[in-house]
Design a protein around this ligand. Structure first.
Ligand code: ADP
Length: 249
């Protein structure tokens, strides 16, 4: 379906301005399509900010973690290959993830820009992204969500998710109205398998060793790279900074 000039499309698939606040969207369409790379440690809020961006900009969220979990759920060849890695909090092989992203970016809804959540995570992935974007007229913008380590730990250990609609809650900072139950559909909330403590440790280590060094790569390449203070209590406070940056693109 073609997008309106405003570039906005709501979740029902009909065009028109939509946003989290139920009034006209505040972010005008950027001049050039953007590849918004949400970069940060596990628990830095990439998924939450992605969802706000989807609603404000009408471009799709491409989450490699969600895509991989979906393959595991389906039990297909990719799922079988990656299941153990996800459970252990170890990065999946670059060629597997790169192939998934390449296929996803070829879909028509990615032509007007997209949000990358959890990709790239290694240098090989960053180089692949660069080659996938070259010649497509899409401007890459890296948003580094910076969060204090103790806040990260509190967020990850308290995280609960609705298995039906995917809404995230946190026992400490964003509890559901009824403990253990999704506000939206009443489903019983679950702890993501890789949110167990020893797996959290492994995911944070993978981030420090394999992913954080990409910041130097982005700097060397002269990529648009912005630091966002993402330690704030509410996602909206973080989002306001992102919104201001996008307005400048
Ligand atoms: P988080 O950022 O909180 O760790 P994700 O949902 O992004 O959560 O990732 C969950 C898991 O999926 C990772 O621990 C890893 O096993 C796998 N994964 C996701 N994205 C990638 C990627 N770009 N490269 C390799 N593995 C990935």
């Amino acid at each position: 379906m073609p997008l309106q000039k405003s570039g906005l499309v709501n979740t029902e698939g009909t065009t028109g301005p939509v946003n989290v606040h139920g009034h006209d969207s505040r972010i005008p369409s950027p001049k050039v399509p953007l590849a918004l790379v949400l970069f940060g440690s596990p628990g830095s809020g990439k998924g939450t900010q992605s969802k706000l961006l989807v609603r404000e900009l009408g471009i799709p969220q491409i989450s490699t973690g969600d895509m991989l979990r979906e393959h595991v759920r389906k039990g297909n060849a990719v799922g079988t290959k990656v299941e153990a890695k996800l459970k252990a909090g170890i990065l999946v092989k670059d060629e597997v993830v790169n192939a998934l992203v390449e296929k996803r970016l070829a879909q028509p809804d990615a032509a007007n820009g997209f949000i990358l959540d959890g990709y790239p995570r290694t240098r090989a992935q960053a180089e692949m992204l660069c080659s996938m974007l070259s010649g497509r007229g899409i401007h890459e913008v890296v948003l580094h969500l910076v969060v204090d380590y103790n806040v990260i730990i509190a967020r990850l250990t308290g995280r609960r998710q609705c298995p039906v609609c995917g809404t995230l809650y946190n026992e400490n900072s964003k509890p559901p109205k009824v403990p253990g139950v999704c506000d939206l559909d009443g489903a019983k909330l679950v702890v993501r398998e890789d949110d167990r403590e020893e797996v959290i440790r492994q995911r944070l280590e993978a981030y420090e060793k394999q992913t954080r060094p990409l910041l130097d790569y982005f700097r060397e390449k002269g990529e648009s790279l912005y630091e966002i203070d993402a330690s704030h209590e509410t996602p909206e406070q973080v989002f306001r900074q992102i919104e201001a940056l996008i307005r400048k693109q």
